[in-house]
Write a protein that binds this ligand. Sequence first.
Ligand SMILES: Nc1ncnc2c1ncn2[C@@H]1O[C@H](COP(=O)(O)OP(=O)(O)OP(=O)(O)O)[C@@H](O)[C@H]1O
Length: 257
Amino acid sequence: MDFLELEGITKEFPSRSGPPARVMERVSFSVREGEFMAVLGPSGCGKSTLLQMAAGLLPPSSGEARIGGRRVDGPPPEAVYVFQQYTRSLLPWRNVRDNVAFAVEHRIGRRRARAAAEVQLAQVGLAGFGDHFPWQLSGGMQQRVAIARALAAEPALLLMDEPFSAVDALTRLDLQALILDIWTQRKLTVMLVTHDVEEAIYLADRIAMLTRRPTTLAEIVEVGLPRPRDPIATRELPRFLELRHDLLGKLLTRHAV
Ligand SMILES: Nc1ncnc2c1ncn2[C@@H]1O[C@H](COP(=O)(O)OP(=O)(O)OP(=O)(O)O)[C@@H](O)[C@H]1O
């Protein structure tokens, strides 16, 4: 069953002089319940813009996003958004526990929110770090905190905007494995925006490929790799290499001026 539906989404931004700039044109695809969908496209094609429209943070110029059959016209209660810039999304004056509790304390009160935060922190491998402040942690650990905070709201849909792009290569593999674990355990629906071909193939069930601007949907690619996926062995499978070759080729051609 489709859980997140994007239908005929067009986005224009006003320009200072002249007609509005059209970033995206009639993009339509759906993410099934429990599916891991990656959105892949060249830099500046509008991936983040698309995700923000799905998250109700930005209205489309025409077309609509629906979650669970309901039109998105503000941040939907069943979805959370994980930003690329974790350093900006954590509150520097709150310790790690209170950063995570922040997601739910307005609903369940501070005491219960703190207890829930400890559970989420343990799940992302940060048990015992609740009293630390964000600036005392490495980049990868800070992004784990941001993930724990997203999970605290017990979302059905996780929307992630290049969540691993600001960390080093090894930490990135670690965080990818963490997200796959969480996705499997919680049966979440995920839409992850990335410009990293290998990341998209390694994580996703399907990949929505976007073109350069004015952006349209180029194709939906079925990944078809077995799960559970291993960070090393999966990347050596013939199917992985074939997809990598194919998608990189397409991205480079589409990227060429
Ligand atoms: N508020 C805005 N006003 C005007 N133009 C905007 C606005 N937000 C985004 N854009 C333009 O829309 C285009 C798409 O931006 P977006 O950040 O969604 O792309 P992206 O594919 O996520 O890029 P990257 O991979 O580099 O993060 C860019 O050319 C950007 O300049």
